[in-house]
Design a protein around this ligand. Structure first.
Ligand SMILES: Cc1cc2nc3c(=O)[nH]c(=O)nc-3n(C[C@H](O)[C@H](O)[C@H](O)COP(=O)(O)OP(=O)(O)OC[C@H]3O[C@@H](n4cnc5c(N)ncnc54)[C@H](O)[C@@H]3O)c2cc1C
Length: 441
């Protein structure tokens, strides 16, 4: 029997569990741990609430969760409730699928002012992550600045721009919907240090900006490179740039009935966040030019007055005691997923915060192949580990309140039952409420 502990129930965790189940069937026991009482990681707390079809991938993970020898162990944080060393003594292999939940920090003056939020916080707020549900961002100013040129920046801009009616069918949490309804923001500036050819935004997400009820995107035509240069881009980026060109071509007459503008400010490097009485009141920006793919400051600066700054500049994995960490890359130190025989990383905890949900699938399947190799070479010892039986004894001794997959299904039923009209669910946004809901048969 092989005993595997997977830490994290996001895509990487569940693809790993699926791969182990497919490889070893009844000869494996997989425990999928999560600090939250609810599964699926960023599928629940990251992917935008108005992108429900993407969130539907969780049905595949549910199939794995319901297979005979995989179990969900929610409400247990590895590193504080139970240590990595303890897990290593109980399981043949421990796979870290803990993602990258911390915002990369913006290292400029004023980044700690009130009104500056990282995307993990802001996205977590509108998606009901218990850690960020209480963020209460100040949306009372006219201008919001979003820093970053990837899809997360686009998600944030789109969410800020939508009307309540446009959230129909989404599972945006009620506190966010209410706050957005009374938001005063009418200008959303997306700042990027480099130019249109260096964006990491995908065509589908950019295309959505053309169909917003009250908002229109704006790109300065002077920022766009010569059209012929687009031919050198890879096809996805070429399509994205085509969207930027169409944004630049929107006639003023078509903007007349729009009350919100989403403005792309390229070649713009944030220099300092300006504050008044401890709160953000503006951002100082330096104009850049791109040389050999890098942004180089020109010395020309300007200020954008704004009341909120949202950074979408990447994420870092949270270190866990006893696990080697690559500080520079912000993830666990690993070689193709192997940290050491018996300890592995997958998904964002392995690669860093890039790629789509699907990118985590080959990671999960690859790591199970690696575990098989390590078993075959004898690197994992002779077996005989206690696995889940040993964990259950430890959990009982420590008084851990484990949330099972069946508990999660009851929590999910309660969320579905509480859904407002037109919404699939009303999420619980605090851990106590989640745990209380599992009791409701
Ligand atoms: C804002 C945002 C929007 C996105 N939108 C899309 C999209 O539209 N389409 C798309 O394809 N991709 C999207 N992605 C990317 C996608 O979400 C990631 O590729 C994917 O979630 C990474 O999977 P993961 O399993 O590595 O990490 P995660 O999904 O982050 O899962 C990690 C899990 O580990 C748990 N955990 C962490 N530490 C511990 C611990 N110490 N003990 C126990 N449990 C722990 C966490 O609670 C979490 O459940 C988006 C990402 C973000 C941030």
């Amino acid at each position: 029997m092989r005993h595997i502990a997977v830490i994290g129930s996001g895509p990487a965790g569940y693809y790993t569990a699926e791969a182990a189940q497919k490889k070893w069937g009844g000869d494996v026991r997989v425990d999928v741990f999560d600090s939250l009482p609810v599964p699926y990681g960023l599928i629940r707390t990251g992917v935008a609430p108005d992108h429900q079809s993407i969130k539907a991938v969780s049905r595949r993970y549910e199939k794995t969760a319901f297979t005979d020898h995989v179990r969900f162990v929610g409400n247990v944080t590895i590193g504080s409730d139970v240590s990595i060393t303890e897990l290593q003594s109980l399981y043949d292999a421990v796979v870290l699928a803990t993602g990258a939940p911390h915002d990369r920090t913006l290292s400029i003056e004023g980044a700690d002012l009130a009104g500056v939020h990282g995307s993990a916080q802001f996205v977590g707020w509108y998606n009901g992550h218990p850690q960020f549900a209480g963020l209460d961002p100040d949306l009372s100013s006219e201008t919001a600045v979003v820093i970053g040129m990837g899809n997360v920046a686009l998600d944030i801009a789109r969410i800020l721009a939508k009307t309540t009616a446009e959230f129909e069918g989404s599972d945006i949490v009620l506190h966010a919907l209410d706050a957005l309804e009374s938001s005063a923001i009418c200008r959303i500036v997306i700042l990027g240090r480099r130019g249109p050819h260096q964006i990491m935004m995908t065509p589908k997400e950019l295309g959505e900006l053309m169909h917003l009820e009250r908002a229109a995107p704006r790109v300065d035509a002077d920022d766009l490179p010569d059209g012929e240069e687009d031919a050198l881009l890879e096809p996805g980026l070429r399509k994205s740039v085509a969207h930027l060109r169409s944004f630049a071509a929107i006639p003023e007459s078509e903007r007349a009935d729009k009350t919100i503008e989403i403005e792309f400010d390229f070649f713009a490097s944030p220099k300092a966040i300006i504050g008044e009485e401890g709160r953000v009141s503006g951002i100082e920006v330096e104009r850049t030019k791109v040389e050999a793919g890098r942004a180089v400051g020109t010395g020309e600066t300007y200020t954008i007055p704004c009341g909120i700054v949202l950074t979408a500049i990447g994420y870092r994995t949270a270190p866990i005691e006893g696990v080697p960490f690559d500080e520079r890359a912000g993830r666990f130190a690993n070689d193709e997923g192997r940290i050491m025989p018996g300890l592995y990383a997958v998904g964002w905890a392995k690669r860093g915060p890039s790629g789509t949900i699907g990118t985590n699938k080959p990671d999960g399947f690859g790591i199970v192949d690696l575990i098989e190799e390590d078993i075959a070479s004898g690197a994992l010892g002779n077996g005989g580990k206690k696995g889940r039986e040993g964990f259950d004894a430890l959990a009982a001794e420590r008084g851990l309140d484990i949330v099972t997959f069946q508990d999660w299904k009851r929590i999910e039923d309660a969320e579905n039952a509480a859904a407002r009209e037109g919404s699939p669910r009303e999420k619980f946004v605090d851990i106590d409420a989640m745990i209380a809901a599992r009791g409701a048969d």
